[in-house]
Ligand binder design. Structure first.
Ligand code: GRG
Length: 299
């Protein structure tokens, strides 16, 4: 059971991240203003801030101060938001609603949505090399983080997963293919958020490995729960029509294995995530709570 203390923690972290996003993502007033309006529209549309919070919680777990790593936390949210904007485009999932509001290309137009995604992805790497971060983290550690985040977001990670997901639409997939899609499309950016937080705050090799195992496990569990919410969720809470994965012929965990086996798998993954944190002390409690949250969430 998640405690009220956990929800207070999440709320405080969301506020920290939102303030930082407002500070680090410019709203330009020149002839290009529209693209930054679209970026802000999607960035401030009610996202949970899971990836930045994971980055900050992992930094805390190894003794870092969350305030020191905010540009990196914002970078992860920028990459996540770009992926959602592009995923919603007519050429991809063709969705009209996200988080209960018109998607970026509906609120603006397709060209602006493509540019807003491009702008967010590029800004992410600007933020990972931001002077505010360089003032607190060595160039070596920053390079390591830039490398691992780029790999996780690109062809060997989220982009590759999205390609595989699109190619799997409307036909049966094997468990191996589904696992590839989940691991790449969803778990890779979640894992990168956790490992990046650890690296920034000086995690040892063993700690980095443990954070990677944790990230992969909660990343996979997160996607299974996302698939379950598409069937069992409340439209008013999830902000999009229930059953949209099924309607699009998407490869999902419940479709392949059924509801009960999917819930069981998500629980097993959370247990694995918790076990991987054994070498950490109570400073990793927020990471432990987040693992529980991943399976208990309704949004
Ligand atoms: C376009 C390169 C490219 C990739 C798109 C993220 C993604 C890949 C597609 C979105 C569809 C989807 C269900 C992805 C799985 C990841 C996921 C569950 C995203 C939603 O993440 P949340 O719940 O979103 O953290 P909020 O709204 O809280 O920010």
């Amino acid at each position: 059971m998640l405690s009220p203390r956990f929800f207070d923690y999440i709320k405080a972290r969301q506020e920290l991240v939102n303030k930082a996003l407002n500070y680090y993502v410019p709203l330009l007033q020149d002839f290009s203003a529209r693209v930054t309006e679209a970026m802000h529209y999607s960035l401030f549309a009610g996202g949970k801030r899971l990836r930045p919070i994971l980055l900050l919680a992992a930094a805390e777990a190894v003794g870092g101060k969350p305030e020191d790593y905010l540009p990196a936390a914002c970078a992860l949210e920028c990459i996540h938001t770009y992926s959602l904007i592009h995923d919603d485009l007519p050429a991809m999932d063709d969705d009209d609603l996200r988080r209960g509001r018109p998607t970026c290309h509906k609120a603006f137009d397709e060209a602006t949505a493509i540019l807003a995604g491009d702008g967010l992805l590029t800004l992410a790497f600007e933020l990972l090399a931001h002077p505010d971060l360089r003032a607190r983290v060595s160039a070596g550690r920053l390079l390591e983080v830039i490398y691992l985040v780029a790999k996780a977001a690109g062809i060997e990670g989220m982009v590759g997963g999205q390609m595989a997901d699109l190619l799997a639409e409307g036909r049966p997939v094997s468990a191996e293919e589904l696992d590839f899609i989940h691991q790449h499309k969803t778990a890779s950016l979640i894992t990168a958020s956790v490992v990046a937080g650890g690296v920034l705050a000086g995690a040892s090799e063993a700690q980095q490995q443990a954070l990677k195992t944790y990230g992969k496990a909660i990343g996979r569990a997160f996607q299974i729960v996302d698939d379950l919410l598409d069937i069992l969720g409340d439209e008013k809470i999830i902000g999009k029509p229930v059953g949209s994965d099924l309607a699009k012929g998407k490869a999902t965990y419940p479709r392949l294995f059924g509801l009960e086996a999917s819930k069981q798998k998500a629980r097993e993954l959370v247990t694995r995530a918790l076990e991987s944190l054994q070498l950490f002390d109570e400073k990793a409690d927020p990471l432990r709570d987040i693992a529980h949250y991943v399976v208990e969430r309704t949004l």
